[in-house]
Design a binder for this molecule. Structure first.
Ligand code: GAL
Length: 377
């Protein structure tokens, strides 16, 4: 078996934009865009179908059946196409008796469904938590699917999605998941992004190679269009930039949710930002550590594999803040005489080595991220 998810998984998922309006053709077009517009080369590799891909009932052998109106050539055909483009294919099922949208799901069919997915060439399974029987045990059922996937004969990344029930950061890694949702669903507006950020600050401690805390799919570039969006209150460009930067900084999986056929150049450039993705994919996979919170702005550091550290300031307030970044709070006491050299990852601006502190102005709903290193006096 290959070792999966050595760094946070990256890809695309249909739910945020398409909801139940999914089809073979749309998926193949998105696949083409991922290749032709540089997303694959930037690191995105999983093309994932979410809920609503199947018929309302299993067949006489008890197998799940793709909806022929949406997927006329079946799932292997889609998988083959995605694989032919050098990408990986993701599917969706649910630990309950029905998916959230009411389709059959994998409760008590785990091994059968995992074998079927493997026979289609599936590389990734998102596994939801709707309609879960009251008498059943959540941890045990995610464990059962993990075993089923591992016994399926294919390397299938296990993307658990139980919305944070029973503190998954304490057990999803050990039952065998590669990533786990620990929040409710994201919507394409700033309060939703902030709500997720605010309840996630402490949930990254279990992040390490092999299993990652998932803050849900990105809404970057949706611009109020699609299943989880509303054109009246969508994010601004600055807010999308903050979302992408925060997901990257934390080492969260990066699953794009916008219609990639339509996103504007500025969003494509943002989601392919090399420095942010480099942070996200850092080989040491360390979680961020918060050193300061001051009425809505947050200062984090994150140690990196090359011995540098990232300094991230995220301003969730509605006004510009002067962020107090005090090096002593980051473990670099004044008395050490050590200076810190900073490079702004978005602009490339280098700030000459400083002692004691750095007080950047951070506009409303925006951020600053620096690569930082200690310079011995
Ligand atoms: C939710 C899940 C969403 C999406 C949806 C599909 O439970 O959190 O990400 O998968 O179900 O019905």
């Amino acid at each position: 078996m290959a070792i999966l998810a050595q760094t946070p998984p990256m890809g695309f998922n249909t739910w945020n934009t398409f909801g139940e309006n999914i089809s073979e053709q749309m998926l193949m077009e998105i696949t083409d865009v991922i290749v032709e517009q540089g997303y694959r080369d930037a690191g995105y590799k999983y093309v994932v179908i979410d809920d609503c891909w199947l018929l309302r009932e299993r067949d006489e052998d008890g197998n799940l059946v793709p909806d022929p109106a949406k997927f006329p050539h079946g799932m292997k055909y889609v998988a083959d196409y995605i694989h032919s483009k050098g990408l990986k294919f993701g599917m969706y099922s649910c630990a309950g008796v029905r998916t959230c949208a009411g389709y059959p799901s994998s409760f008590d069919h785990e091994f059968q469904d995992a074998r079927l997915f493997a026979s289609w060439g599936v590389d990734f399974l998102k596994y939801d938590f709707c309609n879960f029987p009251k008498y059943a045990n959540c941890k045990h059922r995610y464990l059962t699917m993990a075993q089923a996937l591992r016994a399926s004969g294919r390397d299938i990344l296990f993307s658990a999605c139980n919305w944070g029930v029973e503190e998954p950061w304490n057990w999803m890694r050990s039952i065998g998941a590669h990533m786990y949702r620990s929040t409710w669903d994201i919507f394409d507006n700033f309060p939703s992004t902030v709500g997720i950020m605010n309840n996630q600050f402490n949930n990254f401690n279990a992040n390490a190679a092999g299993c990652f805390n998932d803050m849900d799919m990105l809404t970057v570039g949706m611009n109020g269009q699609g299943n989880v969006a509303n054109s009246e209150n969508c994010n601004t460009y600055t807010e999308y930039e903050l979302q992408f930067a925060y997901w990257c900084f934390c080492g969260a999986p990066l699953m794009m949710g916008a219609d990639l056929r339509k996103v504007g150049d500025e969003y494509r450039t943002l989601m392919q930002n090399k420095e942010l993705i480099r942070l996200n994919q850092d080989a040491e996979c360390r979680p961020p550590y918060r050193v300061r919170e001051d009425n809505g702005y947050h200062v984090f550091i994150r140690h990196l594999a090359d011995g540098e550290f990232a300094l991230g300031i995220f301003n969730l307030c509605d006004n510009t803040r002067t962020a107090e970044c005090i090096f002593a709070e980051m473990g670099i006491p004044v008395g050490s005489g050590v200076k810190v050299a900073l490079t702004d990852v978005m602009t490339g601006e280098e700030i000459a080595p400083k002692r004691d502190d750095h007080y950047p102005q951070v506009p409303a709903h925006s951020f600053k991220i620096y690569r930082a290193k200690c310079v011995m006096a």
